[in-house]
Ligand binder design. Structure first.
Ligand SMILES: Cc1ncc(COP(=O)(O)O)c(C=O)c1O
Length: 566
């Protein structure tokens, strides 16, 4: 009898758990973005299965089924680009070769500039080496003495022009020189920095860190500490630094179990936030407004032309307002990660630009006045690192170099200059200026029948491709050949500094159009009428399966794959 009762009780308990747990689990699954990036665990497993294979000469030039004459034109074009590059960059190329075996970053970035199938063939012919020695205005001088327009923006640090930051660093260093690199006690300059940052962020407290990654790390830890809840919500595709606590997908070997990656701009995600009791914080990177649910668009992933981007300020503002409301309702800490965008869209950052207040805000990059930094601001409630009634229960933040006097000095100069009439003026008409620059470039591209366009969020741009193609990644080399300096992600992200004059921009636009026209003339955008992005992806899938399982190619598949399976 007792046993029967016990069984009933266990069954009832299990049923009750199922009835409450299952709907919540289903709700969370439905709130994931349907792309692979939306499923971090699956994408990590799949990434580990992708085999390397490499195109031989024939496939390199005709992986889209191009006829022999087009492939010949492309081959000649590659040889010409490679020759020009070798002639213009002999010292940089030699230095790159010497460093590659001993600087891990050089080896990695060299390996991931283009889709991996093309890597080996390309690298034997055309190498890129990035060494620069001087900056002036909006241009850079490389190791071989060539000047180029900088579209890399130093990962977003360069907002007001390199000369501005040189001044911040020099003047800041002079202000703290008497103290030198003394760590522990603060230089009194900190007081003014804190006052200014509090006023800009409209928040109560500030903490200083050595990188944006660490500022995000501390924001998340504090949210977990104060809400006593374990889980973090972030949106599909959003980057928040390289701490594994906010990087559940590919690239992080550690298994992350406390992050929910939900679909951006989706009512289903709101339903999850509204109904769960285990969410400590919601992290938002407002840069995602340009391409919700997609990762930073690097050229090594540019296998077809499906890259999409479109910024809608009104729609994103409404979305953020909804997030604010649900976070308030559920006592979830709303964290704006403004490490990248802070100060770019408005003096008061994304909070001001989108008209929504966060509980915690991270800044970094440009706020250091050219030196490395991460800053966290928040309400008293979330920033406090100890509990008055539980003396041993603390939330620690460390970092030898945080509040380094030289960084505080350069930051102080940055913050003071921010309020000068010259810098304040750069914010006036910002959207109109950059939107009209993008529109005018797009008009020129359209008028010349070139299958490439730009999309932008103020001065952060990305390049889009109109015609299904397997060779869009080649465009980065044409842009570089025209003296436009790109970051490692190539055409995925162009970052302009706000000291670009109309004349500077006109020069960039001329070069951009010339690069696109040359690439077009060289046949890389040749496309069979039947070629679609879907067909490209299907073909790549077939190649992957063949490389993985060693099956013979179907009749229409490539003939020159070199399988590098161990
Ligand atoms: C939105 C965002 N958060 C955090 C980080 C990390 O900052 P850091 O590279 O200074 O660690 C970045 C860097 O690109 C970023 O864009």
């Amino acid at each position: 009898m007792d046993t029967t009762l016990g069984l009933y009780a266990t069954g009832a308990l299990a049923l009750a758990l199922l009835v409450t747990w299952l709907p919540a689990r289903l709700r969370r699954s439905r709130a994931k973005h349907r792309s692979l990036a939306g499923h971090s665990r699956i994408s990590r497993r799949l990434a580990a299965l992708v085999p390397f294979y490499s195109y031989g000469e024939q496939e390199f030039f005709a992986s889209d089924g191009a006829p022999a004459d087009v492939a010949t034109t492309r081959r000649a074009a590659l040889e010409r680009l490679a020759r020009d590059y070798r002639e213009r960059h002999p010292r940089a190329l030699a230095l790159g070769e010497r460093l590659e075996p001993s600087v891990s970053d050089v080896a990695f970035t060299n390996a991931y500039r283009v889709p991996f199938q093309y890597r080996d063939y390309l690298r034997e012919r055309l190498k890129v080496a990035s060494f620069v020695e001087e900056s002036a205005d909006v241009r850079l001088r490389d190791h071989d003495g060539n000047w180029s327009y900088d579209l890399s923006g130093s990962y977003g640090v360069n907002l007001f022009g390199y000369d501005f930051y040189k001044e911040c660093i020099d003047a800041g260093a002079a202000r703290v020189h008497a103290l030198g690199p003394v760590l522990g006690p603060y230089h009194p300059i900190i007081e003014e920095n804190v006052r200014r940052i509090r006023e800009i962020s409209n928040l109560d407290e500030v903490s200083f860190h050595m990188s944006g990654t660490e500022a995000v790390m501390q924001a998340v830890r504090l949210a977990q500490y104060h809400t006593r809840r374990p889980n973090v919500v972030l949106f599909c595709g959003a980057y928040h630094g390289w701490w594994d606590g906010v990087q559940p997908g590919v690239g992080n070997p550690r298994r992350v179990t406390d992050v929910y990656t939900l679909a951006d701009m989706s009512e289903r995600s709101l339903a999850v936030l509204r109904t769960r009791d285990d969410v400590a914080c919601l992290l938002v990177n407002p840069l995602q407004a340009l391409h919700p649910n997609s990762s930073a668009p690097g050229d090594s992933a540019l296998v077809d032309s499906s890259r999409a981007a479109r910024f809608d300020r009104g729609a994103y503002s409404k979305w953020l307002a909804k997030l604010r409301a649900v976070c308030t309702e559920r006592d979830i800490a709303l964290i704006f990660d403004e490490v990248f965008l802070g100060f770019r869209l408005a003096r008061g950052g994304a909070q001001e630009y989108f008209g929504v207040r966060a509980d915690l805000v991270t800044y970094g990059k440009t706020l250091g006045g050219g030196l490395p930094v991460g800053v966290l601001c928040g309400t008293h409630r979330f920033m406090k690192r100890f509990r008055d009634d539980r003396p041993s229960d603390v939330c620690i933040a460390r970092g030898t170099f945080n509040s380094h006097p030289y960084v505080l000095g350069a930051m102080n100069e940055f913050l003071r200059r921010l309020d000068t009439p010259a810098i304040a003026a750069t914010y006036a008409g910002l959207d109109e200026r950059w939107n009209s620059r993008a529109a005018s470039l797009n008009e020129r591209l359209e008028a010349q029948g070139l299958p490439v366009r730009v999309a932008n969020m103020a001065s952060v741009w990305t390049i889009l491709y109109l015609r299904p193609s397997r060779y869009n990644w080649m465009f980065q080399f044409y842009l570089r050949a025209e003296g436009l300096n790109l970051s490692w992600v190539g055409t995925g992200r162009l970052i302009f500094s706000h000291n670009y004059s109309d004349a500077d921009f006109a020069a960039v636009a001329d070069r951009f159009v010339r690069a696109a026209a040359a690439m077009h003339a060289d046949g890389w955008w040749w496309s069979a009428p039947a070629l679609t992005n879907k067909a490209i992806r299907q073909r790549i899938l077939r190649e992957l399966l063949r490389a993985r399982f060693g099956r013979r190619a179907p009749a229409a598949a490539p003939t020159a794959l070199v399988n590098r399976r161990a």
